[in-house]
Design a protein around this ligand. Sequence first.
Ligand code: HEC
Length: 107
Amino acid sequence: MSLKGLVRSAVLAAGVVVPVLATAADETSLRLADGTGVDRVQSFCSMCHSLDYILMNSPFQDNAGWEKTVNKMVKVMGAPLTAEDVTAVVGYLGSHYGKESPATTNP
Ligand code: HEC
């Protein structure tokens, strides 16, 4: 096989492999810690992006930080949470994924 042919098959192989890996790492394999409000977080916060975003931000956010983030998701991004949902979600994230109890891996 020519060098050009080798490069082309390497590129093709990479193109096939990458989406498979992305699927294997999707949020369906991510389980959040049990607690009041987890069901709302699980359904609302995975609508637009992976729940990984919660884990990635856990080391930096306290209650007030989560409140800001969740309000941004509602007001700026258009997440369909009621005021009651926001309170439940912020309470859950503050106590399970706050910076005093950072959780960056699956429980
Ligand atoms: C309507 C769509 C939508 C929903 C629902 C949503 N988000 Fe987001 N979220 C976004 C977008 C868009 C971004 C920005 C993505 C980027 O910058 O790559 C984002 C970013 C984030 C970030 C990264 C930090 C930041 O401030 O940008 C965190 C943390 C986050 N979301 C948490 C949540 C949580 C918690 C929920 C559940 C209450 C939620 N999101 C629900 C759209 C949404």
